[in-house]
Design a protein around this ligand. Structure first.
Ligand code: FAD
Length: 437
């Protein structure tokens, strides 16, 4: 009797701890399975580039990687049945903090997956490609993150400065294409080295950072830059980082041609001609800092080109208060844009998509759109196409009829044209990685 009592005294608390642990573990697994299932249903299962590959035999389920992931609010990683998994893969941007945090070395960082290859241009340690005179820095070369891009932009320009004939006058030494973190650091280095440089960007200063959602928390690391010295911040906001970039441009008096797209690079004797819609630049070298996100796909309809009311991503829903807005597209970004603008007072929103259903968007976004449509705040036009944009109207073909709608703003979310075909066209070797470290 006494033995039984003693056993109960120890076993009951142990049993309770065990039950509590299993209850918590099952709850976490259930929640993470649901996140994964939603991503799978929407076809959002492939990470964009560098991401963790988790060895489930080694993983001890300590969740150190889950906690360390700077994108944890998007549930990029989660525990399922006591093992870490990529639960929301498309939100992984390759910080690599999970690998550093794993106490049992169960994480390898890889490019691409068995199903989806990722194209990475082949570059030498000097950042020069197989085409002599063309260099690549930043995320285009496969290594994402702001600090890495800046460090690479700086180092690539140091290599360019060592190319014989640089700084010899007579022609531009280097055209820097792209003015995100890599292009900014490269421009500073070119200026510091006394090179004759031209920096172009099809958009505005900051590259991908410029397109982060308002107020996004940015995690980065200090970097030593020419002219302006060492950056001090680690965690900051999108706005503070852009203000810092603007400060750099002003302090170093960098000359940057914004809204000028590089369309072609043609080899000529002793260098290249970089062609844009505005000019042709004769140069000894080219540094591509164009990132991996490509150029937004346009509609190609009359009135679109150059129209100040047409944008290719939603920046801030509030700016559309009281306006007639047309959103074009059927993926998550289009549905998210439409659903967040309808909440603005006095706004009318139309969502136009050429297919018959929003097959490739997350269930939650489809639901938001359904609810907004039911309450009459949003008009959805499936199987429709935009025909023309004028300063105060849009013309849309829908159901066999053409309609003219009052319009103040058009947001086109039709994906992007990736840079790889262009790289191949100009002779740069590209390797496709299928889950390679
Ligand atoms: C949602 C999200 C969140 C992120 N959060 C973080 C974070 O917290 N911390 C972090 O370190 N990193 C983060 N990153 C990654 C980081 O933004 C990128 O790794 C970094 O911006 C890469 O810099 P880059 O200069 O190589 O390219 P980009 O920043 O992509 O800049 C490329 C530039 O090239 C221009 N360009 C492209 N094609 C042409 C052309 N033909 N002609 C002229 N210009 C052209 C583009 O307009 C753009 O300005 C995040 C990325 C995303 C998508």
């Amino acid at each position: 009797m006494e033995i039984a009592l003693n056993l109960a005294l120890y076993l009951v608390p142990l049993g309770l701890v065990w039950a509590a642990y299993h209850f918590a573990r099952n709850r976490v697994s259930r929640r993470n399975r649901a996140i994964l299932a939603e991503a799978e249903e929407a076809g959002l299962t492939e990470p964009a580039s560098l991401h963790p590959l988790i060895d489930e035999v080694r993983c001890i389920g300590c969740a150190a990687c889950v906690t360390a992931c700077p994108e944890h609010k998007h549930h990029v990683l989660g525990l399922i049945d006591g093992r870490a998994q990529l639960t929301n893969p498309t939100y992984c941007i390759g910080h690599g903090a999970c690998k550093a945090a794993c106490p049992v070395d169960a994480i390898t960082l890889v490019f691409g997956t068995a199903k989806r290859g990722v194209d990475i241009p082949v570059v030498q340690p000097t950042f020069e490609t197989n085409v002599p005179g063309i260099f690549i820095a930043g995320e285009l070369g496969g290594m994402g993150l702001i600090r890495n891009a800046m460090e690479q932009g700086k180092q690539a320009m140091e290599s360019i400065g060592r190319v014989p004939g640089m700084g010899g006058g007579g022609t531009t030494d280097v055209v820097i294409v792209g003015c995100g973190p890599a292009g900014i650091a490269a421009s500073l280095s070119a200026k510091a080295a006394g090179l004759r440089y031209v920096t172009l960007d099809q958009d505005s200063l900051g590259g991908t950072v410029y397109n982060f959602p308002r107020g996004k928390l940015v995690m980065t690391a200090p970097v030593e830059l020419p002219i302006v010295g060492r950056t001090r911040f680690t965690d900051t906001t999108k706005e503070a980082l852009l203000a810092y970039f603007e400060g750099i441009v002003a302090k170093a008096d960098l000359r940057i041609n914004f809204r000028e797209r590089m369309d072609a690079i043609v080899p000529v004797d002793g260098g290249f001609v970089v062609k844009t819609p505005r000019a042709e630049y004769r140069t000894r070298a080219v540094l591509l800092c164009i990132g991996r996100r490509g150029t937004p796909r346009k509609l190609g309809v009359p009135g679109e080109e150059g129209s100040p009311k047409v944008v290719y991503r939603l920046m801030d829903p509030e700016q559309y208060k009281g306006q007639h807005v047309l959103v074009v597209g059927g993926g998550d970004s289009a549905l998210e844009a439409a659903a967040s603008i309808v909440d603005q007072p006095g706004t009318t929103v139309t969502l136009s998509y050429r297919s018959e259903a929003f097959g490739r968007a997350k269930a939650a976004n489809r639901e938001r759109v359904r609810q907004a449509t039911e309450t009459g705040r949003l008009t959805v036009m499936l199987k429709s196409s935009v025909k023309e944009i004028t300063p105060d109207r849009v013309r849309i073909e829908w159901d066999g009829t053409t309609r003219d709608l009052p319009n103040d703003a058009v947001i086109v979310c039709a994906g992007g044209i990736l840079p790889t075909p262009f790289l191949k066209e100009i002779g740069i070797m590209v390797e496709t990685k299928y889950g390679t470290a």
